[in-house]
Each structure stands twice: as structure tokens, then as C-alpha cells.
Design a protein around this ligand. Structure first.
Ligand SMILES: [Zn+2]
Length: 269
């Protein structure tokens, strides 16, 4: 789906790489849709609000702002947490209405789902979201045209490299900036699929970050409050952020800022 030739970017002065902390607030909907009828596992997600509060505190401790991708129904259930994220300088983006995979929805259904989520988050925060992440990264050929049509600035869906790039199904509209995520920068395979230690996760992510610093590229972390918001896993995140801050050459930024920077650099602002 990528187009426009090889990606190019030089990061803001003084930085040689970028790091985006994105946090997917799924509530129970992600696990409900994936694991029903496993009630035991679904109930583990009742930890989501506690984990959200811990991650907000952790980001404040290191003075880092990130991008919270909120499921619409979860935002309605705990609007106080959504407002707190905004008040503390974070971005709030769309992560679908109830975490149903977009590749199982028609184009019209996807458009309705994204628009409803954006309206709900706007009503709660007073700020219009400009970014989207598809549930479980299950997007299809309709997803990016719908996002472009609705005027979204960025998506974090397609892992097509280590730099932002344009996805422009409709060349007459402003491009959708794709911020590539990775299954390897997601807390879920480390702490759910495999019960690795925080030390192992930290070392894995730090090695990747060092390689990306050497290459001048971008790392997009994907965290879940009921996973990385648990005490031990949160230490892996805290250590990585401490490391990135101490390195001094990593631009730790919200997704909308990175997408905006890409547009500026590519004459699309
Ligand atoms: Zn999710």
C-alpha cells in the first residue's frame, strides 16, 4: 500500500532517531472479541484502568508524552481517564468503537465505526483525534481510503519499514502518514504470549532502539494497560524511556507530532 518512492526524513535538530510511545486502551473488548468464552482471561482485562493510571504516572515521571489509542466504548466507560490523558499533554487517537477487526467489516461499516469513535472522543476531550490504529492491526484495502476520506493525518497499522511514509489511495487528498508499528515492539508477545522478564523485554527493545539510532529511524512502541501497566512490565517501559532520555539523541514524540514533522519535511503541510 505504500507509495511515493523511498521514504526520507531528517529528525528535528539534535536528534538522530525517534520514539513514539503508543498505548492501546482496549478495556475488555480486545480480549472479548479474541478469546470468548474464556471468562478467566477476559476478566484479566479488568486491570485496564489501574494499568492506564500507572502508565500515565510513569510517563509523567520521565516527562514524556505519548499517544493513547482509545476504544470508543472504553472511553465512554471511563471518560475521566481520557480527560486526564489530555490534561497531561498526551494525544488521544481512535482505536475503533469496540475492537472488532476491521478486515471483517465492509467499507461503510468501517467508516461508521471510525467516525463514531472520533465523535465520542471529541465529545469527551474537546479535541478532534487525528490518528487511528486498527484493532489487532486487522485492516484491509478499505481502511486507509476511509481514513484519508475522513481527513485523518496518521495511521499506525502497516509495518512497511522503520520510517514514516505516505499512504495515499486517493492522490487528490492529503496523504495519510503511516507510522509503522511492529509486533516486536508490542508488550503482548513478551508478557502474554511468552512470560518473559522485564529485563528481557527491556534488553530486546534497547537493542532495537540502538540499531535504529545508528540508522536514524523510528520506533513505535505499542503498550496495553492490562499488560505493560502491570508492575513488573511497567519497569521494562520505564527503563527503556530512561535509556532513551539519557541517550539525548532520541526524539520522543507523540504520533501526531511525528506525522506533522514528516509532512513538513515532504512539503505536505
Ligand atoms: Zn487493541
Amino acid at each position: 500500500m505504500s507509495d511515493g518512492g523511498p521514504p526520507s526524513i531528517s529528525w528535528p535538530a539534535g536528534y538522530r532517531a525517534a520514539l513514539c510511545v503508543s498505548i492501546d486502551v482496549d478495556g475488555h473488548y480486545g480480549e472479548t472479541n479474541a478469546r470468548t468464552p474464556d471468562a478467566f482471561w477476559i476478566h484479566q482485562t479488568a486491570y485496564d484502568p489501574t494499568g492506564t493510571e500507572r502508565l500515565l504516572g510513569l510517563l509523567a515521571d520521565v516527562d514524556v508524552t505519548g499517544s493513547f489509542c482509545w476504544v470508543g466504548r472504553v472511553a465512554e466507560e471511563r471518560p475521566d481517564l481520557v480527560r486526564r490523558a489530555i490534561a497531561e499533554g498526551h494525544e488521544v487517537a481512535c482505536h475503533s468503537w469496540d475492537h472488532h477487526a476491521y478486515n471483517g467489516l465492509s467499507r461503510d461499516e468501517q467508516r461508521t465505526d471510525v467516525a463514531r469513535t472520533r465523535e465520542t472522543l471529541t465529545r469527551i476531550t474537546g479535541v478532534v483525534p487525528t490518528g487511528h490504529k486498527s484493532p489487532g492491526w486487522r485492516y484491509d484495502d478499505h481502511t486507509f481510503p476511509v481514513l484519508q476520506e475522513l481527513g485523518f493525518a496518521w495511521a499506525m497499522d502497516e509495518p512497511g519499514g522503520d520510517l514514516p511514509y505516505a499512504t495515499s489511495p486517493d492522490p487528490t487528498r492529503p496523504p495519510l502518514v503511516q507510522l509503522p508499528p511492529s509486533w516486536l515492539y508490542d508488550d503482548y508477545p513478551f508478557f502474554v504470549d511468552r512470560l518473559l522478564t522485564p529485563q528481557q523485554a527491556y534488553e530486546f527493545w534497547r537493542e532495537d532502539l540502538d540499531q535504529l539510532r545508528a540508522e536514524g529511524k523510528l520506533m513505535c512502541l505499542t503498550l496495553h494497560p492490562f499488560v505493560a501497566g502491570r508492575p513488573g512490565p511497567s519497569r521494562a517501559v520505564a527503563r527503556l524511556l530512561d535509556y532513551a532520555v539519557d541517550a539525548g539523541d532520541v526524539w520522543i514524540a507523540r504520533a501526531d507530532a511525528i506525522a506533522g514533522w514528516w509532512r513538513e519535511q515532504n512539503g505536505q503541510s
